[in-house]
Design a protein around this ligand. Structure first.
Ligand SMILES: *Cc1c(COP(=O)(O)O)cnc(C)c1O
Length: 427
C-alpha cells in the first residue's frame, strides 16, 4: 500500500476558505509562497516523494496509529462508544511529527539546506529538530524567552538534536513573538531556507498543506472504523484545537461529505479559567476576526486590535488564533467549537488515566472531557472518535503542581487518593 495524499478542496485563488485565510505578508515573501505552492502541488502526486514519506511514516513515526475502543471510559460515560485515535503512539509523542517530517522532506526536494521553525512549549521545535536531524538539514528554532525558561528540557532536547534555539525577547516573549521572528528570518533568507510551520495557520498555502499532511489521521480512521464497526463515519468526532492541525487532520476526510453523511465535528477550545474571565485561548468563543501571521482568522484581540495574551493550562493550545479553514467551518456550520476549561481538562486527564491507563497530553484532555459529556447524551450503538493528539508524559510535573501534590509526598502510598476526580483543584 503506497500513500496517496488526499485531494480535498483547495482554498480559492486568493488562498481563502470563505472569507478567511489569504496572504497578508510582506511583498518579498509572495514569490517564496508561490514557489512553495508549486513544489507542494507537484510533490503531492509524485510517486517518489509519496513512497519516501510513506516509508518514514511507517518505519520512523510508527504509523498507522491504533484506533482503540476505550471500553471502561465508555462504561463510565454510559452512552455512545468512545474510540481513541492514538496519535500519542507516534515517535516524539504527538501528531506534530506527521507534518514536520513531510515539510522537511519537501524542503529537501526543493533543494533547501536550512529549515526554521517557531515553537511555544517546544513540541513543534522538537519535532522539527528531529526531522532535520533525520534528513541532515541545518535547523534554527525561534522560541520566546519566557517559554525557554518554562521548557528548558525541550530546549536541551533540540540542542541534542543539533538545532540552534534562538531566544526571542520582543512582545510578550512567547509563541506569537517567536512566529514573528521566524517570518522575519524567512524574509531575509528565503533563497536557501524552508519555514516549517507547525499548525494549519499562516499564509496560503500553509493551512491547506498542513491539513493534507495531517489528514492521514482521518484517512486511517476511515478504514480502521470500517473494520470494527462496518462503517467509515462515526456519529461524532472530537478533537482539541490550538491552531487546529490535529483537529483538521481527523475532520478533513469527513468535512466534505454531504450533510446527511457527515459526523458531528467538534473542536474543543481552551477556555482556560472561563471565557468570561478573559483568561483563555478560545478564539471562536471569545475572539473576533483579524489578521495574524499572514492570515485572516478568529483572533483574541482587544479594541485597538492588539493581541490579548492567551491563557491555557496546556501550552499547545496557548495560541491566540485558530486556522482559517476552521473559521470557515464554524461560520458555515460544518463543525462546532466548544469551550473546555482548565479544570475540566484536568478532570479529563485524571479520568482517562484512572480508567484506561493512558495519560493523555493536557491538550488532548480537553477533547476527552467533552467526549465523555457528549457520550452521555447519545445511544450505545452510536460511536464517537476522539483524537488523542499526544501523550501526557510532558505534563506530569505540571499536573502534580496543579493537583497540589506536596514535594515530599510519600512515593509508595498514592498521593492522590482513589476516584477523587478533583473538580475544584484550580479553585
Ligand atoms: C501542539 C499540540 C496541540 C495543538 O496544536 P494543533 O495544531 O491545534 O493540533 C494539541 N495537542 C498536542 C499533544 C500538541 O502537542
Amino acid at each position: 500500500m503506497t500513500l496517496t495524499l488526499p485531494h480535498y478542496p483547495m482554498p480559492d485563488d486568493r488562498g481563502r476558505f470563505g472569507r478567511f485565510g489569504g496572504r497578508y505578508v510582506p511583498e518579498t515573501l509572495i514569490p517564496a509562497l508561490d514557489e512553495l505552492d508549486t513544489a507542494y502541488r507537484a510533490a503531492k502526486t509524485d510517486p517518489a516523494f509519496l513512497s519516501e514519506l510513506d516509508r518514514l511514516l511507517r518505519e520512523f513515526v510508527n504509523r498507522p496509529s491504533p484506533l482503540y475502543l476505550a471500553q471502561r471510559l465508555t462504561d463510565h460515560a454510559g452512552g455512545a462508544k468512545i474510540y481513541l485515535k492514538r496519535e500519542d503512539f507516534n515517535y516524539t509523542g504527538a501528531h506534530k511529527i506527521n507534518n514536520c517530517l513531510a515539510q522537511a522532506l519537501l524542503a529537501v526536494r526543493m533543494g533547501k539546506k536550512r529549515v526554521i521553525a517557531e515553537t511555544g512549549a517546544g513540541q513543534h521545535g522538537v519535532a522539527s529538530a528531529t526531522a532535520a536531524a533525520l534528513l541532515g538539514l541545518e535547523c534554527v528554532v525561534y522560541m520566546g524567552a519566557e517559554d525557554i525558561r518554562r521548557q528548558s528540557l525541550n530546549v536541551f532536547r533540540m540542542n541534542l538534536l543539533g538545532a540552534e534555539v534562538r531566544e526571542v525577547t520582543s512582545g510578550t516573549s512567547t509563541l506569537k513573538d517567536a512566529t514573528n521572528e521566524a517570518i522575519r528570518d524567512w524574509v531575509t533568507n528565503v533563497r536557501d531556507t524552508f519555514y516549517i510551520l507547525g499548525s494549519v495557520v499562516g499564509p496560503h498555502p500553509y493551512p491547506a498543506m498542513v491539513r493534507d499532511f495531517q489528514a492521514i489521521i482521518g484517512e486511517e480512521t476511515k478504514w480502521q472504523l470500517r473494520a470494527v464497526e462496518g462503517r467509515e463515519a462515526p456519529d461524532a468526532i472530537v478533537a482539541c484545537v490550538g491552531g487546529g492541525s490535529n483537529a483538521i487532520g481527523i475532520f478533513a476526510p469527513y468535512a466534505y461529505l454531504p450533510k446527511d453523511q457527515r459526523p458531528r465535528l467538534i473542536g474543543t477550545e481552551a477556555a482556560g479559567e472561563g471565557v468570561e474571565t478573559g483568561r483563555h485561548a478560545a478564539s471562536v468563543a471569545g475572539g473576533r476576526v483579524g489578521v495574524l501571521h499572514g492570515s485572516m482568522m478568529y483572533l483574541m484581540n482587544d479594541d485597538e486590535g492588539q493581541i490579548v495574551p492567551p491563557h491555557s493550562i496546556s501550552a499547545g493550545l496557548d495560541y491566540p488564533g485558530i486556522g482559517p479553514e476552521h473559521c470557515h467551518y464554524s461560520e458555515t456550520g460544518v463543525a462546532e467549537y466548544v469551550p473546555v476549561t482548565d479544570a475540566q481538562a484536568l478532570e479529563g486527564l485524571q479520568l482517562l488515566t484512572r480508567l484506561e491507563g493512558i495519560i493523555p497530553a493536557l491538550e488532548s484532555a480537553h477533547a476527552i472531557y467533552h467526549a465523555v459529556e457528549l457520550a452521555r447524551t447519545m445511544r450505545p450503538e452510536q460511536v464517537i472518535v476522539v483524537n488523542l493528539s499526544g501523550r501526557g508524559d510532558k505534563d506530569v510535573a505540571e499536573v502534580a503542581r496543579l493537583l497540589d501534590v506536596p514535594k515530599d509526598a510519600p512515593t509508595v502510598t498514592p498521593a492522590i487518593q482513589k476516584p477523587a476526580i478533583q473538580k475544584e483543584v484550580l479553585a
